[in-house]
Ligand binder design. Sequence first.
Ligand SMILES: Cc1cc2nc3c(=O)[nH]c(=O)nc-3n(C[C@H](O)[C@H](O)[C@H](O)COP(=O)(O)OP(=O)(O)OC[C@H]3O[C@@H](n4cnc5c(N)ncnc54)[C@H](O)[C@@H]3O)c2cc1C
Ligand code: SF4
Length: 522
Amino acid sequence: MNTTVRNLVLVLGDQLNEDATALDDFDPGQDAIWMAEVDQESTHVKSSKQRTTVFLSAMRHFAAQLRANAWPLMYSELDDPHNSGHLAGELHKAIAQCRPQRLVMTAPGDWRVLQSLRQVAHEHDLPLEIRDDQHFFSTVRAFTEHAAQRKQLRLEFFYRELRQKTGVLMEGRQPVGGQWNFDTENRGSFGKQGPGQVPAPSRFAPDEITQGVIDLVQRRFADHPGSLDHFGWPVTRAQALEALSGFIAHRLPQFGLYQDAMWEGEAWLYHSHLACALNLKLLNPREVVAAAQEALAQGHAPLPAVEGFVRQILGWREYVRGIYWTHMPHYQDLNAMHAHAELPAFYWTGDTDMACLRDAIGQTLAHGYAHHIQRLMVTGLYALLLGVEPQQVHAWYLSVYVDAVEWVELPNTLGMSQFADGGLMASKPYIASGKYIERMSNHCQGCRFKPALSTGVDACPFTTLYWHYLDKHADVLAKNPRMLMQLKNLNRLSAEQRAAIAVQAQALGVSSDDAALQAKSS
Ligand SMILES: Cc1cc2nc3c(=O)[nH]c(=O)nc-3n(C[C@H](O)[C@H](O)[C@H](O)COP(=O)(O)OP(=O)(O)OC[C@H]3O[C@@H](n4cnc5c(N)ncnc54)[C@H](O)[C@@H]3O)c2cc1C
Ligand code: SF4
């Protein structure tokens, strides 16, 4: 292609939908599409092999579809000998080649990428038109308006507003079933008998395109985390639709009840595993929510399960996106709890005696997947209690999960999981001792530690660090009424117990300053 085009439409690796607004007025006679595989997107954090494979394979399948439509496409492959290795470099080359009158794109999911593409447009003195992403129910503008009316942001208010605006699970102005929220019915564990026979998840054997990407990733990113022995993610819209109907048919009815439950060796349970397909735009959240509502209407799934699922997509997914785009770029640097410890090396290997962490990290490295409670109350909780620097925790989550795109990963990690935004996103730190993990899973049964113990050789590190965290941050936490019960329990510990916990916490890796401070104050 060496002519002048009208619009050069930029399509990123997480924008793989033909109904994208950027393509609304696409005219193959005078426009062209630009896509680029670049090293930088796999190395700015060391992206896991599963994650890189999902993105590259889905991009190549989407490119094949565009070519089948005979739509003009400029596509840089990772192994092209002249690939510059970064998006800006590839875009510069494409602009020089096709001399577009303007650049058009759907709003991207990453602040860093947006800045770099804007800079390229600026350098070429080209207009860059950014269109709303219709793969969300709401817009960042609507979130900003919502936020402007409140002193404090809370998911619940935003979620209710969106239910009313969209009519999802509504009867007139009232929520279906007379209740907005069925959280209390959605906290079941499996009990001693375990989950039994869990329906098999929808997995897809690699086709020729995916196999080519697997070979490429094994070669180019051999030292990146994780393995590709079990790759089975949907990488086309047809596969994503199949995964959606598999979830609705086999897992949704139990989704609510077992949303928070964990079980050793059971990676998939009753979750949807759809985040990756949603974030790559292979699925539209509207069709996902509509399918869940239809299951309710048909009597196939109960209301608490359907509401619990809808809340994640219509609620959390939209809410975190609003937080990200209204608080970047400073959000990524927040560290409200002054946490400076290093991320333990076992996060990259799973090599630890702590059974819960070993299981969650093991499946993460094998599949690029862990469900929400594993992320929040196992890997996230341990990092929070240990006082790991939130930016290191963020880099880990962005690296390892197939569904990791910064707009969704960053607020979940820094805000919800690490409380690094000081309560902007969540009303209190999500902290618990090993007793929580014991209640929600069977991990503790096979662990060399005891969740009830906070000191001694058998003490559960979560429990030690939990008390130490409460003690260390007691002054700050006491300002939050939702923390008072936990602080009251802390006050039942003697000065000697607290001092012993501080010493044990130091041995686990909290910074020595923290432990010394603690020992002094007790
Ligand atoms: C520390 C941390 C990091 C996370 N990083 C990511 C990430 O990089 N990408 C990502 O999509 N989700 C992230 N989440 C949210 C959530 O854990 C995942 O969306 C979910 O585990 C994906 O599995 P699933 O598709 O089986 O979800 P399900 O449990 O089946 O939930 C259904 C859908 O709801 C949406 N959803 C659920 N919870 C959230 C949430 N808290 N925020 C936004 N959407 C949500 C997802 O699209 C998900 O597919 C993170 C959570 C935590 C605590
Ligand atoms: S005892 Fe502690 S470390 Fe072991 S599995 Fe239970 S919570 Fe995890």
